[in-house]
Design a protein around this ligand. Structure first.
Ligand code: NAG
Ligand code: NAG
Ligand code: NAG
Ligand code: NAG
Ligand code: NAG
Ligand code: NAG
Ligand code: NAG
Ligand code: NAG
Length: 399
């Protein structure tokens, strides 16, 4: 029964194409205008690491890495502007624009690891291998950049399956394998150890510029032996709540892992876990139906430090709450280009207005109307497809 419903949903999704008048020039296909900036490594210029010379000597865990939530799930012309999509631009466009963490859900579909949204029938963004290969190509072309992947292992596949995909795609050549500062050099206990994070410059010099977290990461006979660069997310990272349906509800409290429920964020920080701010909201169409809240996105992703629901406000509050010099090391947002969200990361990193080497998204030239038209079209689609969303709500297990 579930399968036939999903088939119906897939068919409906295919119909979910927003009319031409509502389609946005942001939706890909168009070529970059004259907005692209030169690469950061022109001879004579100071070396920039992750878009700034100031970040080279900074430890990886003393930087805010701006992230795209559900980075593979697009609301663009490749998905008929799917209202289930979380981003207007794909992962490599996002990297070129300065995003340095990509988050995605990985499911098992017919024996293959695929990037799917809740279920592969709902939104399938293709094989993990293909995505990893594109990230590998991007890293090839951008030798001073350190990128982090956060993969949700929705079907609890063994580390060896992920490791094999990293090897096949070639991405493993860039994989960062940590050393541990507390419990020493013991890969079998790596998920209970504190990582001695190097500086970006050290990672770039070693050409180990890809950090990978996976949750969950089931141990099998090869975990930690063959693929020590695959890190168990919740041994190293803690998160704020991800299931937010009101802009007033963003908090700084630890939500996961539950092992720190009692001691909270301060306990996790003391144990060396890196904080991840989930800063995206859902629209609750009915009690169970949730879709990315695009209508409030200019507020949600705003760098404003006092406005309720704004990323700037959320980050400021958390830094105050966590004490002293603690940055949100990772921030995940939907529709990252709006706000723009990266302004908040730049401000936390102390490089506001001085980032270099970023490229504007294709077709994006400050045409604010295009986004608004898209939203209007999407609202129509949302009404038409209410039942479809109802079906998908039961499977909600998103971040
Ligand atoms: C972290 O970076 C800040 C600059 O944002 C710097 O002042 C501080 O000393 C760094 N902390 C550590 C522990 O290196
Ligand atoms: C993103 O889109 C561009 C074309 O617009 C394409 O070249 C690139 O491969 C895409 N990246 C991903 C990760 O799909
Ligand atoms: C771990 O220990 C082995 C054997 O003592 C050594 O060869 C290796 O370099 C060490 N690795 C790290 C990351 O310290
Ligand atoms: C590594 O850690 C595991 C788990 O804590 C422990 O059982 C094992 O003895 C350790 N191995 C070494 C060589 O220290
Ligand atoms: C690794 O983490 C998992 C899940 O948190 C836990 O069950 C396991 O015991 C940990 N392994 C080690 C060696 O600490
Ligand atoms: C792990 O290794 C043991 C002993 O070699 C073997 O019996 C078992 O089937 C292996 N398990 C997996 C999941 O590969
Ligand atoms: C998310 O929040 C909604 C609304 O508060 C609630 O109905 C739902 O059960 C929550 N889902 C999860 C997975 O926490
Ligand atoms: C930030 O938001 C507050 C409250 O909405 C508003 O009063 C203020 O003008 C905003 N600041 C900026 C710089 O936009």
């Amino acid at each position: 029964m579930v399968r036939s419903r999903l088939r119906a949903l897939t068919a409906l999704l295919a119909l979910l194409v927003i009319p031409e008048a509502c389609a946005s020039p942001q939706g890909g296909g168009t070529t970059a205008a004259t907005t692209a900036q030169p690469p950061s490594t022109t001879s004579g210029a100071p070396l920039a690491c992750n878009n700034s010379p100031d970040l080279c000597s900074r430890a990886y865990n003393n930087i805010t890495h701006m992230g795209a939530h559900d980075s593979a799930f697009l609301r663009d012309d490749t998905t008929g502007n799917s209202i289930a999509g979380n981003q207007f631009f794909n992962a490599t466009v996002a990297l070129s624009a300065g995003i340095r963490m990509l988050q995605a859900q990985v499911h098992l579909s017919n024996g293959v690891l695929e990037l799917c949204h809740t279920s592969c029938a709902l939104l399938d963004a293709g094989p993990l291998d293909v995505c990893l290969a594109k990230i590998k190509s991007w890293l090839d072309a951008n030798p001073n950049e350190v990128v982090t992947l956060l993969l949700v292992n929705a079907d609890n596949q063994p580390a060896s399956s992920f490791g094999a995909a990293f090897e096949r795609s070639g991405l493993s050549t860039y994989a960062f394998t940590p050393s541990f500062s507390s419990t020493g050099n013991n890969s079998t206990s790596s998920n209970s150890s504190v990582i001695a994070w190097p500086t970006l410059q050290q990672m770039i010099a070693a050409n180990t510029r890809l950090v990978t977290f996976i949750a969950p990461l089931p141990t099998d006979n090869t975990t930690g032996q063959t693929y020590p660069y695959l890190l168990d997310e919740f041994a190293h990272v803690f998160e704020t709540a991800y299931n937010i349906t009101s802009l007033a509800s963003f908090t700084c409290a630890l939500d996961r892992p539950s092992t720190f429920s009692a001691s909270g964020a301060s306990g996790a920080l003391a144990a060396g876990l890196l904080p991840l701010l989930n800063h995206f909201a859902y629209d609750l169409l009915t009690q169970d139906i949730m879709i990315p809240d695009v209508s409030d996105i200019d507020t949600t992703n705003s760098p404003n430090e006092t406005q309720t629901g704004a990323l700037g406000d959320h980050a400021r509050r958390c830094m105050a709450e966590w004490g002293g010099d603690v940055k949100p090391v990772f921030v995940l947002v939907d529709f990252y280009d709006r706000g723009p969200a990266i302004e908040t990361a730049d401000r936390v990193n102390g490089i506001a207005g001085r980032a270099v080497g970023r490229m504007s998204e294709p077709g994006k030239s400050g045409d604010q109307n295009s986004g608004r038209k898209l939203e209007a079209g999407a609202r129509v689609a949302a009404v038409l497809c209410g039942w479809f969303l109802l079906e998908s709500a039961g499977a909600f297990e998103d971040w």
